[in-house]
Design a protein around this ligand. Structure first.
Ligand code: NAD
Ligand code: LMR
Length: 320
């Protein structure tokens, strides 16, 4: 069987880390694409030289030519600009929308059968725009944010409860902005819901509220510390988990920005919800029952995403 081909559009911090992880995990041959000449080629060479030490023989190449992504099975898009301290993700919309147009057209012309995972911010608007520009089927274009946000929530919960993070499951839904919705009733330690753990004295409602707030600001906390860019290790790991679920038909249930057609009362919008990812792409949107507070918070989050789409359409009339 021929090896799978993974194309990474954007060879920056996340792109390079994705390539490293994909090679270590033996996902397939890797093509790193970037507009900057030399960077994808240099990173590909450096990464290839990990092979003899790590014992992987993936072919890793760098390119500035979209023709080289032809036949890709999975494409992960991180092309664009990351925020710096003092900026919101939404401040990136104008510049990254233009990048999504170029990337969408490059994918459509060269790898229209790929499963595409968008990571570029502001995520929910960019994955929607990338799908529009590429014209790929909606179930083959998905956004990565929920896996990362849930990983952050799980990490903070594990620290709070003083338990292994392996036993913590959590769900963060909605848009990937400050209005994201960590859902406490579906967050558990070995199946024990967080509200029950509060009753059992593992924590207090006030402490959990603080963790929810920290999760919502999790990206900004790292931007403020790094000063020159944003998080990339956990975002790359999260993107790879989604790629693996597609490549190995794992049918994992993961929170991801998926195209909704009436689910959760939301129509024609990409927003973070639990989905099943398998060989068919986004095979199913999972509609969980939400309490009143989560429902209200999801509406606020969805409204924020809708505003971004209005802004996209104002900037690029072809999206109208
Ligand atoms: N969805 C999430 O959860 C999440 C998490 C972290 C970062 N992000 C976002 O991911 C994006 C990438 O982050 P990063 O840290 O890798 O940034 P980075 O600046 O390190 O890398 C971005 C790369 O994109 C390249 N690029 C710019 N325009 C391009 C184009 N038209 N075609 C191809 N490549 C192009 C740049 O040359 C650069 O190498 C940012 O928008 C960031 O906000 C999203
Ligand atoms: O915060 C950012 O700008 C990057 C990313 O969206 C994150 O959550 O780490």
């Amino acid at each position: 069987m021929a090896r799978k081909k993974i194309a990474l559009i954007g060879a920056g911090n996340i792109g390079g880390t994705l390539a490293h992880l994909a090679a270590l995990k033996g996902l397939g041959d890797i093509v790193l694409f970037d507009v900057v000449e030399g960077v994808p080629q240099g990173k590909a060479l450096d990464l290839s030289q990990c092979g003899p030490v790590e014992g992987f023989d993936a072919r890793i190449t760098g390119t500035n030519d979209y023709a080289d992504i032809a036949g890709a099975d999975v494409i992960i898009v991180t092309a664009g600009v990351a925020r710096k301290p003092g900026m919101s993700r939404d401040d990136l919309l104008g510049i990254n929308l233009k990048v999504m147009k170029a990337v969408g057209e490059g994918i459509a012309a060269n790898a229209p059968d790929a499963f595409v995972i968008c990571i570029t911010n502001p995520l929910d608007a960019m994955v929607w725009a990338l799908r529009e520009f590429s014209g790929l089927p909606h179930h083959k274009v998905v956004g990565m944010a929920g896996v990362l946000d849930s990983a952050r929530f799980s990490h903070f919960l594990a620290e709070e409860f003083k338990v292994s993070v392996k036993d913590v499951t959590s769900f963060v839904l909605g848009g990937h902005g400050d209005t994201m919705v960590p859902v406490i009733e579906y967050s558990t330690v070995s199946g024990i819901p967080v509200p029950d753990l509060i009753e059992m004295g593992f924590s207090t409602q006030q402490r959990i509220d603080e963790i929810v707030k920290r999760t919502r600001g999790g990206g900004g906390e790292i931007v403020a510390l790094l000063k020159t860019g944003s998080a990339f290790y956990a975002p790359a790991t999260s993107g790879i988990a989604m790629a693996e679920s597609y490549l190995y038909d794992q049918k994992r249930v993961l929170p991801a920005a998926a195209h909704l057609t009436g689910q959760y009362g939301i129509d024609d919008l990409y927003v973070g919800v639990p989905v099943i990812i398998g060989a068919g792409g986004v095979e199913k949107i999972v509609e969980i029952k939400l309490g009143d507070e989560a429902k209200t918070n999801l509406t606020v989050s969805v409204d924020a995403v809708k505003e971004l789409l209005v802004a996209c359409k104002e900037i690029d009339s072809s999206l109208g």
